[in-house]
Ligand binder design. Structure first.
Ligand SMILES: Cc1cc2nc3c(=O)[nH]c(=O)nc-3n(C[C@H](O)[C@H](O)[C@H](O)COP(=O)(O)O)c2cc1C
Length: 235
């Protein structure tokens, strides 16, 4: 099997996020190099689900195995020039938010990840994309949440004291949450949970954008992250 130089885009979707990280790890173990390109929301949401640190094992910082964050790449995204220089064999984008899919199908390239897609296509690099919003409704996964109806506002709150991100007040500040889950078992009243299922209706506009995405040159839409494994293994 050919070892591929993969550029991997991550956007801010909770849905399929865990599965996307698992597939990334699997392909890394198979010997492919993986440079990750993370949108601002992708960075935040990855932290909320406690996955962000896993990136450092997948993309260890060596050449073609770096982590590029939108928040550190300026407005012109100079690293994207690597697509034009044919440094990557493949662009994988999963999870792809409805926001990012909409931008790609309408030719907008104003974020690190949408710019990756634009330059990959302009450089004839194949793109495998997993939009989170496809045809049928989905059951997604919530980050850590505090159920106020169960919270007893204890004078000494063990989850609050233990939280490494100081994210817990009378609610959980998700922008501070590091997704470690320490708080869940420490709450004496079972008021904190993470990973609860949340059903979501797919909007027609998002389903339509996904269909338009599938018609774009160089793009193959993949139904879910796990399916990337067989596709990449055949390349
Ligand atoms: C916890 C959390 C989970 C989210 N999950 C999704 C999701 O599954 N799908 C989606 O389209 N947007 C989701 N969003 C919203 C996106 O992060 C938001 O639209 C963002 O602007 C997308 O930017 P990006 O496409 O550049 O990553 C989520 C936001 C949060 C805070």
């Amino acid at each position: 099997m050919k070892k591929l130089r993969i550029a991997w885009g991550i956007t801010g979707a909770g849905h399929y996020l865990r599965e996307s990280y698992a597939v990334m790890g699997e392909l890394k173990k198979e010997g492919h190099s993986i440079t990750t390109f993370v949108s601002r929301a992708g960075e935040e949401v990855s932290r909320m689900y406690g996955l962000f640190d896993d990136l450092k094992e997948i993309s260890d910082g060596t050449y073609l195995n770096e982590i590029f964050l939108d928040s550190a790449q300026g407005a012109s995204f100079p690293k994207i020039g690597r697509f034009n220089l044919k440094r990557y064999d493949l662009f994988v984008l999963t999870p792809a938010t409805s926001n990012t899919v909409a931008k790609i199908v309408f030719g907008i390239a104003d974020t690190l990840v949408t710019n990756c897609a634009a330059q990959a296509m302009k450089s004839d690099v194949p793109c495998l994309i997993v939009p989170v919003d496809q045809e049928s409704d989905v059951v997604s996964e919530l980050p850590y949440t505090l159920d106020r109806s169960r919270c007893e506002s204890c004078a000494e709150c063990p989850p609050k004291a233990a939280c490494p991100g100081e994210a817990i007040q009378d609610h959980i500040d998700l922008l501070k949450c590091q997704g470690c889950g320490t708080c869940v078992d420490l709450c004496l009243h079972g008021a904190i949970s993470g990973g609860d299922p949340v059903p979501l209706t797919i909007r027609q506009v998002d389903a339509r954008n996904t269909r338009m995405l599938a018609e774009m040159e160089h793009v193959q839409v993949i139904s879910r992250p796990k399916r990337l494994l067989e596709t990449v293994r055949k390349m």
